[in-house]
Design a protein around this ligand. Structure first.
Ligand code: ADP
Length: 520
């Protein structure tokens, strides 16, 4: 037994005896859609170390997307050990560990053996389309919106769990007997990190639970009638916790033995936290596999009339939960991956910029990447991807440019919805994520919004947000003021496009989107 002088408690700060030391750090695991990262941060929120491994994207059929949860857990162990090794740190240099994750991706595993009964079904997967239509019945997709803040969509975890239970023989009965665990990726990783079959904690946080369609947004607990409608037995559900508290020690056998797991947030909520959007009216936009714009709306859930989601933003210990309005776009960075992997247009994602700068504009081509239908603000599950406006003139440079522009056009749609719902006028757009190193895209984004776009020094805001949550829970950081003080601007793109050009491009985009409807 390794002694760290820790005093475990269910909530609130714990005395590590090392928290005050200058030489301690906070670790965070970021279990993303394309990869798993482990990062170590110092007190000023600077990156001390970062290791990352991609995992396989499994496409068994058109519209289906799966991950191997055991591969992801293996990668988590590898990146955690590597991140410590590359900065020459030991577990007792780490004051706390946070966890953030791709949201909604669903896994069901055997409580005794820790083996999943099916591949994880990824948030982009559309296999539950018919199930969602059936659940919607005469009430339509808004049937559960008041309780959950969400429209019925293939996006969310509840229908995915139901599909697995309907599809794997004998699983429903086993779930009812308490033999199986349901979880989004946070639950899967935290259960494993805290001991797995050997006493692992079966937990989730309010932000992840708010994406299942099984939690009541106001009471922040599982709702019996929702679980009954979705056919998900209560016996398989994790315990819902806040986003920042000491959940328990990490397993003795791993690289961080005894380190408190003390923060869990879904990736987009973590990025909102890491971007210091801590006041109502503050928003960020993350450009990763998809794009996710979140606006902090404070302690009251705000319901959207314009196709946005209402979701839990974060909850620190026993403070009131903070809510957010969210615009989720399914396909942005994954379109770049598609051009790379399915068309072979380039071999690294970063090469898209060079290709796109070979041409002056999109050449009249528009790419609507409705590969998983369209999410916010349109919610058209009947949509599929289209490229329109092709002539003999259009070359691969134009297509690369059209693909990048698609992220910016979709972002404008979401921001218009956000402004209509909240009445908040955007003065600058805080951005982060894998695509924001792309200058061409960021300049086009500023141009098409007519608003400056700002990137922070630490672009890995997702992992940073989870680290902040964990560090606050153990008293490594005293208050959210330190998060605000740590935030610093790295780069800013000012709009420079004529209004008439902006209007022309956006109206052509809107016409292109209509061509994607009714193709599923
Ligand atoms: P996630 O957290 O969703 O796994 P990341 O924030 O790591 O995603 O971003 C990865 C995405 O960014 C990938 O989809 C990739 O195609 C895209 N990407 C990476 N580099 C660039 C680039 N230079 N230009 C455009 N897109 C990029």
């Amino acid at each position: 037994m390794i002694s760290r002088g820790l005093q475990w408690q269910r909530t609130g700060a714990c005395d590590t005896g090392r928290v005050g030391s200058e030489n301690t750090y906070v670790a965070a695991i970021d279990q993303g859609t394309t990869s798993t990262r482990a990062m170590v941060f110092d007190r000023r929120g600077r990156v001390v170390s970062c290791e990352q491994i991609e995992h396989e994207q499994i496409f068994p059929k058109a519209g289906w997307v799966e991950h191997d949860a055991q591969e992801i857990w293996r990668n988590t162990r590898r990146v955690t050990a590597a991140a410590l090794a590359s900065a020459d740190l030991k577990y007792d240099d780490i004051a706390a560990c946070g966890l953030t994750n791709q949201r909604e991706t669903t896994v069901i595993w055997d409580r005794e053996t820790g083996v999943p009964i099916h591949n994880a079904i990824v948030w982009q997967d559309t296999r539950t389309g018919d199930l969602c239509t059936e659940l919607a019945g005469d009430d339509g997709p808004g049937r559960y919106r008041d309780k959950t803040g969400l429209p019925l969509s293939t996006y969310f975890a509840g229908p995915k769990a139901r599909w697995i239970l309907d599809s794997v023989e004998g699983s429903r009965e086993r779930a009812e007997n308490g033999e199986l665990c349901f979880g989004t990726m946070d639950s899967w990783i935290s259960w494993n990190m805290t001991g797995g079959a050997d006493g692992g904690l079966h937990i989730t946080d309010v932000t992840n639970a708010s994406r299942t369609m099984l939690m009541d947004l106001r009471t922040l607990s599982w709702d019996e009638s929702l679980c009954a409608d979705f056919g998900v037995p209560a016996a398989m559900l994790p315990e819902i916790h806040s986003s920042a508290e000491v959940y328990g020690p990490l397993r003795e056998h791993g690289s961080l033995p005894g380190v408190p797991l003390a923060g869990i947030l879904g990736d987009q909520q973590a990025a909102t936290f890491g971007q210091a959007c801590l006041e109502p009216g503050e928003a960020k936009n993350t450009y990763g596999t998809g794009n996710f714009l979140l606006l902090n709306t404070g302690t009251e859930p705000v319901f959207s009339d314009h196709g946005l989601l209402t979701t839990v933003c974060y909850r620190i210990g026993d403070q009131d939960a903070r809510y957010a309005l969210e615009g989720s776009i399914a396909v942005t960075g994954s379109l770049v991956q598609w051009l790379r992997d399915n068309l072979g247009l380039f071999s690294h994602a970063s090469e898209i910029e060079q290709l796109a700068t070979q041409v002056d504009d999109n050449g009249g081509a528009y790419f609507v990447p409705a590969f998983s239908g369209l999410f916010a603000p349109r919610w058209r599950s009947d949509a599929r991807g289209v490229i329109v406006g092709l002539t003999r003139f259009v070359n691969k440079g134009h297509l690369a440019r059209a693909a990048l522009e698609a992220s910016a056009f979709q972002t404008r749609e979401v921001i218009e919805a956000m402004q209509a719902d909240s009445g908040v006028e955007l003065s600058t757009l805080k951005v982060d994520g894998g695509m924001v190193v792309n200058d061409l895209l960021m300049q086009f984004q500023a141009d098409i919004l007519d608003v400056p776009v700002v990137r922070p020094v630490v672009n890995e805001t997702t992992a940073l947000g989870a680290a902040y949550a964990a560090g606050l829970a153990v008293g490594y950081w005293d208050s959210e003021d330190e998060i605000r003080a740590n935030w610093a601007e790295d780069k800013r793109w000012e709009p420079s496009m004529d209004a008439s050009e902006r209007d022309r491009l956006y109206s052509e985009w809107n016409r292109a989107v209509e061509h994607s409807f009714d193709l599923a």
